[in-house]
Design a protein around this ligand. Structure first.
Ligand SMILES: NC(=O)C1=CN([C@@H]2O[C@H](COP(=O)(O)OP(=O)(O)OC[C@H]3O[C@@H](n4cnc5c(N)ncnc54)[C@H](OP(=O)(O)O)[C@@H]3O)[C@@H](O)[C@H]2O)C=CC1
Ligand SMILES: CC(C)CCC[C@@H](C)[C@H]1CC=C2C3=C(CC[C@@]21C)[C@@]1(C)CC[C@H](O)C(C)(C)[C@@H]1CC3
Length: 418
């Protein structure tokens, strides 16, 4: 469908029908997971134990907590940054500037939470509020996406995202019309991608760990592992914050319901599923198996970090001694593609590392329930779809050079498998 605004990007996610289905399915799945995690049988594929009434979902206190959290993270975002980074070149040849203070926000949040807990803040009561909090976050994401849609109506054409301007209201609302919506220097997409959801996720994990300690005397080894692995992942994302500026979400995708809901609700409430499961279904785990799981997480992290850093270093400065010796192929755009090192092994080595880590996050929950493996299953689907989207974009950008890269590096994510 050609858009009235002139953008001819092919429709993704199954077009308007797919977008409408996802807008319904994603929140329903999130609430299903929250309900099933605390039920006895914890069956991913079974019906939820009961259907919650509005009085169990809606709480003005939960909404207030959710908005206070967003306000706190926004205030931390506005604090002076150790560095200001430039994003990729935009259509109008300009570059946006982004504060690099995400890790500082994580540390300050930890300090504030630590002070709060020592002053009697009942953090371990948070798990009891997950349902109304998730409802408040979903409501916030929906209203926020509506405001973003309206804001895009008055944005200049050069500010539009390549994909979210089909002319179909539902599709554009889902994908997001504006690429980098901002008020003054406050960048909503960059803020939401890394701060409230990711830091909220580790806070929920911590609250679940503390509640387990209250219930059983001390947190289990499995709970420690899940908390440790996911804290490492979030800490890494914020430490290497600048790297997010070269991801598909920032460069290509508009900011609409998909990312607003994904960042503000989906990430904190479904990515903490393993810790939620462990609180209600304690799993025995001995040190030998725990050490093996740590090794799997370390291998995944090594590949994930190695691949992401290699590409970011190369994109920032191809003559950097750490990447200068790597073999590359030239493209008509002037940008080169790496064909050795991590990016010579498969075409998305960072996805491979991420998937190995996802496996390590589920293993502490044992092998008798499918529920804690939901993240691994969803993430595999997300990355396979994302890889497909990226391939199409790269083919459009690099043409013959991309074909040559695919010939030299035939596997997409898993060597000799896929
Ligand atoms: N936990 C989660 O829920 C999620 C995590 N992720 C993680 O986010 C990270 C970023 O993912 P994503 O944004 O999808 O994609 P990538 O970081 O893999 O970026 C893809 C881009 O990299 C560049 N590129 C591809 N091949 C090469 C090459 N051989 N040499 C140099 N540059 C190349 C191309 O852009 P160009 O050439 O224009 O630079 C391409 O568009 C990944 O580690 C992923 O695992 C992603 C989604 C969800
Ligand atoms: C559920 C929907 C269909 C899709 C929602 C997707 C979002 C939840 C994800 C899209 C890309 C993401 C990234 C991260 C978190 C999840 C979302 C927002 C990321 C911030 C996680 C930490 C990593 O280190 C990263 C590389 C910075 C990630 C960037 C992409």
């Amino acid at each position: 469908m050609a858009s009235p605004q002139g953008s001819r990007a092919p429709l993704e996610f199954g077009g308007p029908l797919g977008a409408a289905a996802l807008m319904l399915l994603l929140p329903v799945t999130m609430f299903h997971l929250l309900l099933v995690a605390r039920s006895g049988p914890a069956r991913l594929l079974g019906p939820p134990p009961y259907l919650p009434g509005l009085e169990e979902l809606w709480s003005p206190w939960a909404l207030l907590l959710c908005l206070t959290w967003l306000g706190l993270q926004a205030a931390l975002y506005l604090l002076p940054a150790r560095k200001v980074a430039e994003g990729q070149e935009l259509k109008d040849k300009s570059r946006l500037r982004y504060p690099i203070n995400g890790f500082q926000a994580l540390m300050l949040t930890a300090l504030l939470v630590g002070l709060g807990v020592s002053a009697g803040l009942p953090l371990s009561a948070l798990p009891e509020m997950l349902l109304p909090l998730a409802f408040a976050a979903t409501l916030t994401a929906f209203i926020f996406s509506l405001l973003l849609y309206l804001k895009a109506l008055v944005a200049p054409a050069s500010a539009r995202a390549p994909g979210g301007n089909s002319g179909n209201l539902i599709y554009d609302f889902f994908l997001g019309r504006e690429l980098n919506p901002r008020i003054c220097s406050f960048d909503f997409k960059y803020f939401c991608e890394l701060r409230p959801g990711l830091i909220g996720w580790v806070l929920i994990n911590l609250a679940l760990l503390m509640q387990e300690a209250e219930l059983r005397g001390s947190p289990s080894l499995a709970m420690w592992l899940v908390n440790g692995f996911q804290l490492l992942y979030v800490g890494d994302a914020l430490w290497y914050e600048e790297a997010v500026l070269t991801t598909m979400d920032i460069i290509h995708d508009g900011f609409g319901f998909m990312l607003a809901f994904g960042d503000l609700a989906w990430v904190p409430f479904t990515y903490s599923l393993q810790a939620q499961f462990l609180l209600y279904h304690p799993q025995p785990l001995g040190w030998p198996l725990a050490s093996f799981i740590c090794l799997i997480n370390a291998v995944g992290y090594y590949i994930f970090r190695g691949a992401n850093s290699q590409k970011n270093t190369f994109r920032k400065n191809p003559s950097d001694p750490r990447v200068a010796d790597l073999e590359t192929i030239s493209t008509a755009t002037g940008r080169r593609l790496l064909v050795s090192g991590w990016w010579g092994m498969v075409r998305h080595p960072n996805y491979l590392g991420d998937l190995i880590m996802a496996l390590a996050w589920s293993l502490p929950c044992g092998v008798f329930h499918l529920l804690p493996y939901f993240y691994l299953l969803y993430f595999t689907a997300l990355l396979v779809h994302r890889e497909d989207r990226d391939e199409r974009q790269c083919l459009q950008k690099y043409g013959l050079a991309w074909h040559e890269y695919c010939r030299r590096v035939p596997y997409r994510i898993v060597p000799y498998v896929y």
